[in-house]
Design a protein around this ligand. Structure first.
Ligand code: ARG
Length: 561
């Protein structure tokens, strides 16, 4: 129900070019009504003082069943809603609402969580994986067809180094046995050699050349390394509840770069600079986009550009979103510009979405395996903590391991999603487990409480409850929930438009807090039957919305906790 529109329409006197709906906001406290229209911005246009404008507009308001009364206070028109009527309509509407259809028939591709293979996933990957997954779910909620794409980094001299490392001090048997650990060791050791002696850089380049030429000895090693490392990454993604439709990455799309170069040549976009082939972007205040190095090898930008062309042929997307750390801003700006200059019809559908840094407080988790903390170490640490927390609960939990897994995943995911996408965040593991603060366990626990109240109710009152409800008993705390529930879809819309799931995360948290406030102030199972029915119906709708919200922010609902 669009409450703002109902209120805006109730004002009979219209002002040219002003849409009251855009001005109406929630009141800050209940004595100032439920919603209000501040008239300050109108003062300039009407050349009257705001309070006079408020009085004039309020004197001519259409009667509506939804509006209880209207008051003017210091330049504000305060609207008090009819709790009974609004609650009845809002709850019924949400309970019977069907799926959103605005994205029907449209395809959105999201490229996220794309690691460089043969290295450990680090904690920064959590951001792209979780924000990406949440965005996918948001698009799906609005009816879009979503393709989850992982552009794996399986190309470049690092693979030359790893194979060099294997040749110098390892074996493929070791790689098969120890997987990514072995690959990482060889990589680190090889880098140490290279630091001392430049000849190893040449060795890595030579080996990589052989990979490109599909050398019969080297290429199978490379393939095996990619296979082992990709399945390791997929396993880690699964721990976080993320799975992709398409894992074709840099190596795959590299084969289409010659086609791309031909097209660029035809369009007269290529110039040669110090032997390299570039697209000059000085007219757009950007450094040139490098397409081919002087030795003819491709670059990250050329592979991304060729992938976009092929992906468009494959998926006919209406939107292609790339989710990466903000550091890659220029990379995307550059090659998006080249796509535009090539007049690809899809160029306007490309979009880069960037996120801020994710870090741990110093010394929390030792980064024993390199510069950045490794993602599985964090996952393991949080899981161990979840197990401890669950052990301390007073009652028996049927499947503690499963619950611990779901709690730990929720803790990780919420720590990412509660923060505005573009902002940096530091993940404080201790705080994230508190049942009191704004945490994932608090939310999951709230959900189990709602479930158990509904269960209890169903035991004692077997009849249907959506008819025969008396909403007049709703206090401000109950009505606060109603209003939030009504706004939920707007928050999701906002999250979708801004590509920022934190709008949903915040609302889901607010709903949990609102429930707990309501539950403290209200005896839910007390009163006339029609009153209890109304309160139960509210909880049922709340449960429905929370379930949807939890799913959007990748948090599992629990039966007990
Ligand atoms: N593999 C890259 C990295 O780890 C991210 C890839 C993002 N996707 C893309 N199409 N460029 O930095």
């Amino acid at each position: 129900m669009n409450i703002r529109k109902i209120l805006a329409d109730s004002i009979n006197e219209k002002i040219e070019n002003i849409n009251y709906e855009d001005l109406i906001v929630e009141s800050i406290s209940s004595d100032k009504g439920d919603y209000c229209l501040p008239c300050f911005s109108l003062a300039k246009i009407l050349k009257k003082n705001p309070n006079q404008i408020a009085l004039d507009l309020a004197s001519n308001i259409k009667k509506s069943d939804y509006i209880e009364k209207v008051e003017v206070v210091q330049g504000y028109i305060n609207f008090f809603l009819n709790i009974d009527r609004v609650s009845k309509d809002v709850l019924k509407e949400i309970m019977s609402s069907s799926a959103q259809t605005e994205g029907k028939g449209k395809v959105v591709c999201i490229d996220y969580g794309s690691p460089n293979l043969a290295k450990y996933l680090h904690i920064g990957h959590l951001k792209t994986l979780i924000i990406g997954e949440s965005l996918c779910r948001l698009f799906e909620m609005f009816g879009y067809t979503v393709k989850r794409l992982n552009f794996v980094g399986d190309y470049g001299t690092p693979f030359g180094k790893i194979i060099g490392g294997i040749q110098l001090f390892g074996s493929m048997q070791e790689v098969e046995k120890r997987g990514n650990d072995a690959l990482q060791d060889y990589y680190v050791k090889f880098n140490q050699l290279e630091e001392k002696d430049e000849k190893y850089s040449q060795m890595a380049r030579d080996i990589f050349k052989k990979i490109e030429q599909k050398d019969e000895k080297i290429y199978p090693m490379y393939k095996k390394i990619v296979e082992i490392s990709l399945s390791d990454a997929i396993e880690k993604f699964k721990l976080l509840g993320v799975e992709f439709d398409d894992y074709r990455g840099e190596m795959y799309y590299n084969q289409f770069v010659p086609q791309l170069v031909e097209r660029l040549k035809k369009l007269n976009l290529l110039t040669i600079s110090q032997g390299a082939q570039i697209v000059d972007l000085s007219a757009y205040d950007m450094p040139p986009a490098l397409i081919l190095k002087s030795d003819g090898t491709t670059l990250y930008a050329s592979r991304d550009l060729s992938a976009s062309i092929i992906r468009y042929q494959n998926y006919k997307f209406d939107k292609m979103i790339y989710l990466t750390a903000v550091e890659q801003d220029l990379h995307f700006k550059q090659w998006f510009k080249v796509a535009q200059l090539m007049k690809g019809e899809y160029a306007s559908m490309l979009e880069h979405v960037a996120y801020g840094r994710f870090s741990l407080p110093d010394g929390k988790i030792s980064s024993r395996r390199g510069k950045q903390a490794v993602l599985v170490d964090l996952i393991d640490y949080v899981l161990a903590k979840a197990k401890d927390v669950i052990k301390d609960r007073k009652f028996e939990i049927e499947n503690p391991i499963d619950v611990a897994k779901k709690v730990s995943r929720a803790v990780l995911n919420f720590s990412v999603l509660k923060v505005e996408r573009g902002k940096d965040c530091v993940f404080d593991v201790e705080k994230a487990f508190s049942f009191e603060g704004e945490t994932a366990p608090y939310m999951q626990y709230t959900y189990t409480r709602i479930e158990s109240i509904i269960r209890k109710f169903n035991e004692s009152f077997a009849d249907a409850i959506d008819s025969d409800c008396d909403y007049k008993c709703f206090n401000i705390d109950a009505f606060a929930i109603v209003k939030m529930l009504n706004d939920f879809i707007l928050d999701c819309k906002q999250a979708l438009i801004k590509r920022d799931p934190s709008f949903v995360a915040k609302r889901v948290m607010d709903l949990c807090k609102a429930f707990n406030k309501f539950y403290t102030s209200t005896k839910v199972l007390l009163g006339e039957k029609a009153e209890i029915n109304a309160k139960m119906y509210l909880l049922k709708v709340l449960k429905k919305v929370l379930k949807q919200g939890f799913d959007l922010i990748c948090i599992d609902c629990l039966k007990e906790m």
